[in-house]
Write a protein that binds this ligand. Structure first.
Ligand code: FUB
Length: 471
């Protein structure tokens, strides 16, 4: 790292516009948070420092892992080179796990890191993704494997798992252990995966796209049903659900159900209407800590649109008969489940809302936040200080004059409860620990870490932790 840090491509425009937008959001968010400090709500979209797309959530060991694509800044096509992983324990504070899978993982892939899904089986994690096969010029489905939900992932086969020129794999493992891979646009195909999850038995089979099964599309004689792409298959109370992006364009989210994993499918209607400034959408559904969550994407961030998308989430409840209610996009998102513990180490890249920051792999372990300038901040929600905190510790680095971390309650304009100075440490990855006293942090509050100093980049942060007033 050099002292004069080049701006990453992701920084231009997006973060400044996010800061501008946040001013509007705060007008609505700050007052309710002060009145109901424990009823924290997430801000959609889930991630603010890069564009994300094609969400695929996975529940594992008390966390939701969210696998996404990554739209490049200023993109004018689905110019996607890598995938990203995020996770949360409370649905509002999301940890950035970086990019453990990219086109480079697949030596045979040339482009198009599009919509995939990761599943766990026997302690291993299998991530199915569509990419373009350099040799054939066609879209194919690759599979990567890892021993952890955050990777690193490696190409399991060194070649495509299946290839028919189509995209958007979803994987479902039935109660009897039989796994199914579904994918397709314009067709919808499935194949039975073997227990190794990297090979299959039998031939890929087309699911009949009937109007009874997938609804009626008008105006396109080549595509008589609503099915477009992005299938998401799961089972609930003995009923099989296929949620998918419908019609084009713009897409909405629809679903069908079946008595078995291979059908016959019956069209059930709309999950999410066409909304949100992106002509595509993509579903992902999980149950977590007693609630159901619907993930999708839109163009909600500044500069956002059909090729610069952002993943968002809503909580929902199934109707008594198992049907899915209509879910609308919101900017508030899902309520927080539980609180964040400030007395254990928290990653700096665990963020409910960030303004101006970027992330990068850290030489100190995990990821760190960086490219921080005067006025930038991160916010986490629902921090349970209890009887009170006495001090704040942060792991920091700076190749310049450093800056100050303002520790604020309730938001970036909220009460300052502490200030921590950060010196020049000799490099952006030369890490030291700073500590400062805290006064007035009691109860449960949102917490903002606001960075101040001169011009240019101030500091990097890897983690932070408070000490309780009475341990
Ligand atoms: O993100 C690239 C493509 O756009 C996905 O594969 C489709 O589902 C659509 O979201």
């Amino acid at each position: 790292m050099t002292p004069a840090r080049p701006s990453p491509a992701t920084r231009t425009g997006l973060v400044r516009a996010v800061a501008w937008t946040l001013g509007l959001l705060l007008a609505f968010a700050v007052v309710p948070a002060a009145v109901h400090p424990t009823a924290a709500r997430a801000d959609n979209p889930v991630v603010q420092h890069i564009y994300t797309a094609d969400p695929a959530p996975l529940v594992h060991n008390g966390r939701v892992y969210l696998y996404t694509g990554h739209d490049e800044d200023g993109s004018t096509y689905f110019t996607m080179k890598d995938w990203r992983v995020w996770s949360t324990a409370d649905m509002v504070n999301w940890t950035d796990h970086g990019s453990p899978l990219s086109l480079a993982t697949f030596s045979w892939a040339s482009s198009d890191a599009w919509a995939g899904q990761a599943v766990e089986r026997n302690g291993r994690f299998y991530w199915y993704v569509p990419v373009k096969n350099r040799a054939t010029g066609r879209m194919a489905i690759g599979v990567a494997v890892a021993d952890s939900p955050t990777g690193p992932f490696r190409d399991a086969l060194g070649r495509p798992l299946v290839e028919n020129g189509e995209i958007d794999p979803t994987v479902f493992i039935d109660d009897d252990g039989q796994a199914y891979l579904y994918w397709g646009n314009p067709n919808l195909t499935y194949v039975r995966l073997n227990a190794d999850m990297t090979s299959y038995s039998g031939s890929p089979t087309r699911i009949p796209l009937t109007t009874a099964g997938f609804g009626t599309r008008t105006g396109d004689p080549n595509r008589p049903t609503l099915y477009e792409e992005g299938p998401w298959v799961y089972k609930r109370n003995g009923l099989y659900y296929m949620v998918f992006a419908a019609k084009c364009c713009s897409e909405f989210i629809a679903y069908s159900t079946a008595p078995g994993p291979t059908g016959p499918w019956t069209y059930r209607g709309t999950v999410m209407p066409t909304q949100g400034s992106s002509f595509t959408n993509h579903p992902g559904i999980v149950d977590f800590k007693g609630n159901s969550y619907f993930f999708y994407h839109n163009g909600a961030l500044p500069g956002g649109g059909g090729y610069t998308r952002s993943v968002a989430v809503e909580r929902f409840s199934y109707n008594a008969d198992g049907t899915i209610p209509t879910i609308n996009m919101t900017s508030t998102g899902a309520p927080q489940v539980g609180t964040l513990n400030p007395y254990v180490r928290q990653e700096a890249e665990t963020i409910a809302w960030g303004s101006g920051i970027e992330t990068e792999p850290s030489g100190d372990g995990g990821m760190n936040i960086g490219w921080i300038e005067n006025g930038d901040y991160t916010k986490v929600k629902g921090v349970a200080f209890g009887a009170g905190a006495s001090s704040f510790t942060a792991r920091v680095a700076s190749a310049t004059g450093g800056g100050t971390i303002e520790v604020r309650l309730d938001g970036p304009s909220g009460t300052v409860v502490g200030r921590c100075g950060v010196p020049n440490t000799g490099g952006w990855q030369t890490w030291t620990t700073v500590n400062c006293p805290i006064n007035g942090a009691t109860g449960t509050h949102d917490l903002a870490l606001r960075f101040t100093g001169g011009s240019g980049y101030l500091l990097n942060m890897n983690w932070w932790q408070f000490a309780p007033a009475q341990p």
